[in-house]
Each structure stands twice: as C-alpha cells, then as structure tokens.
Design a binder for this molecule. Structure first.
Ligand SMILES: [Zn+2]
Length: 479
C-alpha cells in the first residue's frame, strides 16, 4: 500500500462529511451516518495503490505489442476454417501457424521467469454448423501462472482475446483477413499481460492463479470460449473474473476518444434461474450481477493506477448486433466483462482489404489503423486489474443481511475469507451507479451499519494487510 494511504483516508472522510452537509435532504444518508458510532464512513472512490503493481504495469511495452500484432497479421488469414496442416504451419500461413506461434511466445515468457508459466491447449473438434462447413479442430492456447498461496491457488482470474480473424466472408479461409484490431489487439493484451505479470510474479507472489487465454472460433460463433467456459464449469473452477478484450486497438478514426476504453457488463445474469430472477426483482438487484461488480472493480482500478486510459463502464452486455467471448462465460455463471475501444470504425472490421476509389475509403483491419500506445494502455489497465484481483483475499462467502425485524440500521454477516486481515462494508444509493461509502470492519465477520437497508445497496469485501480489496459480494437477506 502506498504511504500516503492514511492521509488519503483522512482527507476522504473529511470529504464525506463535507458531501453529507452539502447534499443533506430529509431523511438522508448523511443524517443516518451522523447518528452512528465508530469511524465515519469513507468515500468508496478513494484510490488505493500497490506500489509494486504500479511498477509492474510500467513494463507493458507498446513496441512489443506492435510486434505481436504485426506477427499475427503476417499469418495472412487466421479464420478458424483456414489452414492448419503441417505444411501451412511451416509456411507461416493460416490459423495453425498463428496458434503455434502464440504457444511458442508463452513458452518464451515462461523461460524468462524460470518456468513460472504452464503453457496448455484446450483442443476439440467442432462439428459442422452454419459457419463451420466441416468438422474443424479448434485450439484454445493458454498459460497458467499458478497462485503462490496453496490455500488460494484454486482461485482464478483470467484475461482473454480471440486470435481468429475474418474478412467480409465468414467462410473465406484464404484471402487476407489481417484482424489487427479484431482481435489481434485483444490477443496482444493477453500475451503482454502474461509477459509482464509472469516477470513480476517473483516479487508480487500473487496468492491466486492468473490464466492468460487466447481462443479461436469467436467469429464462427464463440466456439472456443464456449468450450473453455464449459470446461471451467464442469471442473468446478473457482473462476472469479474474466476480462475479455476484443477490439481494443484504438482505431485511428478522427472521432476516436483515446482517453477511455468501454467496459461492458451484463445486468441480469444470463445464467440466472427463475428463482434467482425473482430474488433480483425483490432486492432491486438489477444492477448487481457479479459481472457488474467486476466492472465497478475495474473502475476502481482505473482510479487507483495510471494506466493511460480510463474505463468507461457501459451497463449493457455488449454493443448492438454484436457479441463476444465474455458471454460464453456469463452463460456458465461466471463474472465476465468486455473491453472495447470507444469508437469502432466498421470499415476496418470484418472487411476484405480494398480501397474504394470513388470515395477514397480504405477497408480492412490493418495494423496501420491501430494505435499501439492505446493498446498498451488497455493492457496496463488489464494487468493492474488482474494483479489486484490475484493479490486480494477471496471474496467473503455466505454474505447475509439480517432482516428478521423491522429496523433502520443494517446488520451484515459473512464467513471469513482466506488471506483477509479485515473487511469493508460498501454501500451506495439505489440510484447510484458505483459504490459511494465504505466502512472498515477491523475484526470479526459481522457488522452493523447505521444506514437503512431499505434505502441503499450493500456489499461486503475482504481486505488483506497490504490493502488489496476483493470483489464485493452483495448480501442475501436472511430472516
Ligand atoms: Zn472480435
């Protein structure tokens, strides 16, 4: 934790008091807090920075990312139905060659960190379908940075991008489909996070496991991610967070905003049962899916670290008419979000490479339209989020809000988390998009906050001795 943390906390509690005075209307949160005992709540927007993580993310290199994207483009067509026979792999053409190169890259990073990465593949044969004319082998390539704490190594956070590409025709596996932005950029983010965080792992000793994934089959129907997410579900992985980067190239269109990256998250969980949806309705929990909490966590990371780009949370599963690999994970009940540049240029995605002489428009997903500095900023944000999540204690389990009696304060209970030194209750007004207040619970697994559960949404998160915060968990009412 940075040295200035305590002074930041002090100033933020003063700010909280000032805000309370400024916004006090009848009956307001501030009045309720003033009646409470113990320390005044702090502002949840307070930054908390780990100096080692801040140092680690500086190692992200725009130049290295450029090399990665140019190399991916050099395979000419990375369609899932493009060549993957031995001769084509040797010739450096098609998806097979791309996959072998990614594997070799992960292995190279692993060598540099003394074998700290396990490089793996998840291969399967996809049966014929609308966009798969014949049985096709799909291979997801990934690297595992195993958690340093045996008690927490089964907790997993994951970053992914898709290495397959397409041109105007989803069934064309031969003509150029450079896919520099879609999704060479996301693949480069996954690889760069692996390179930088594997290097930093000796010092940072992440207690939880980080997986750096690259999938295929996205353009044919999310086939690769679907298979991987199903495997995670079947094997009961404790997969806490999935960061999907797809089209994070910062296309050089004049109206681009390079200061932000959109972070999409689902509201009602795709995997929710009827009973769960009834509970969401009763609680007013429409904006508190685990994916949404992950998006808020990334917003917090964006305030705490200077990545060069700020997350812009979009409370929606995805853009209109489009989908992505995060959805495969959502469907299996995992928290997953999508990072995408602010403004897409649709002339530079899913297009045959060509120039229209009449209009002068250049079509095609070429490296020259990608801003490598921007991709590096997005990679830094991802690396900071992964490192924060993997450093944090496990999110508290069995979080309950006692609602036996009619009362105006709120009692929360939970189970102790591995690695936690303390806990924090966070809350926000029901109409606020992000957490507003925090109260530390320095001992025990129960807290009473002098704020009415009828008026706000609560969460509980675990904090370790160095100040790393877990994802918050929204309590279930218990009678
Ligand atoms: Zn894509």
């Amino acid at each position: 934790m940075a040295q200035s943390a305590s002074s930041r906390y002090l100033s933020s509690s003063l700010m909280a008091a000032a805000l309370a005075l400024a916004f006090c209307g009848p009956p307001c949160l501030a009045q309720e807090m003033a009646q409470g005992q113990g320390p005044a709540p702090r502002l949840a927007s307070d930054a908390h920075t780990d100096a080692h993580i801040a140092e680690a993310i500086k190692q992200v290199s725009a130049d290295h990312i450029r090399q990665t994207i140019e190399r991916l483009v050099s395979f000419q067509n990375r369609s899932t139905i493009s060549a993957q026979d031995e001769a084509s792999i040797k010739a450096g053409k098609g998806i097979g060659a791309a996959r072998e190169w990614i594997k070799a890259e992960f292995e190279r990073y692993s060598k540099e960190c003394g074998g700290c990465l396990e490089v793996k593949t998840d291969a399967f044969t996809e049966p014929p379908g609308e966009r798969i004319p014949q049985p096709t082998e799909i291979v997801n390539v990934y690297a595992v940075l195993r958690g340093a704490d045996p008690k927490q190594a089964d907790r997993i956070v994951l970053v992914t991008g898709h290495y397959d590409s397409r041109n105007s025709d989803t069934l064309n596996g031969t003509d150029p489909a450079p896919g520099a932005n879609d999704d060479g950029s996301g693949t480069a983010v996954s690889l760069e996070c692996a390179r930088v965080l594997s290097k930093a792992a000796n010092k940072l000793k992440f207690p939880a496991t980080i997986i750096f994934l690259t999938v295929a089959g996205e353009e044919q129907g999310l086939n690769g991610s679907k298979h991987f997410a199903q495997m995670a579900k079947q094997q009961r992985w404790k997969l806490e967070a999935v960061l999907n980067n797809d089209i994070v190239g910062g296309d050089r269109s004049p109206q681009q905003d390079l200061s932000v990256v959109r972070v999409f998250s689902e509201g009602l969980p795709a995997a929710a049962s009827e009973a769960e949806i009834r509970r969401v309705r009763m609680l007013g929990g429409e904006s508190d899916s685990t994916s949404r909490e992950l998006a808020r966590y990334i917003a917090d990371v964006g305030r705490s670290y200077d990545a060069g780009v700020k997350p812009l949370t979009i409370f929606r599963l995805d853009r209109f008419l489009r989908g992505g690999d995060h959805y495969s994970f959502n469907q299996q009940g995992f928290a997953a979000v999508r990072f995408t540049e602010f403004r897409e240029d649709f002339n530079h995605q899913h297009q045959n490479v060509r120039k229209d002489d009449a209009s002068g428009i250049e079509y095609g997903d070429l490296p020259k339209f990608v801003d490598f500095d921007y991709v590096a900023h997005v990679a830094r944000l991802n690396a900071a989020a992964l490192a924060s999540l993997a450093s944090a204690p496990a999110p508290p389990a069995t979080v309950k809000m006692l609602s036996k009696d009619l009362e105006n304060d709120t009692t929360l209970t939970w189970e102790a988390s591995a690695g936690a030194g303390a806990y924090e209750a966070v809350w926000r007004s029901t109409s606020a998009s992000d957490w507003e207040y925090v109260q530390t619970v320095s001992s025990g697994t129960r807290a009473t906050v002098k704020v009415s559960k009828d008026n706000v949404i609560f969460g509980v998160r675990a904090v370790d001795a160095a100040g790393h915060r877990s994802l918050p968990v929204v309590p279930e009412p218990e009678r």
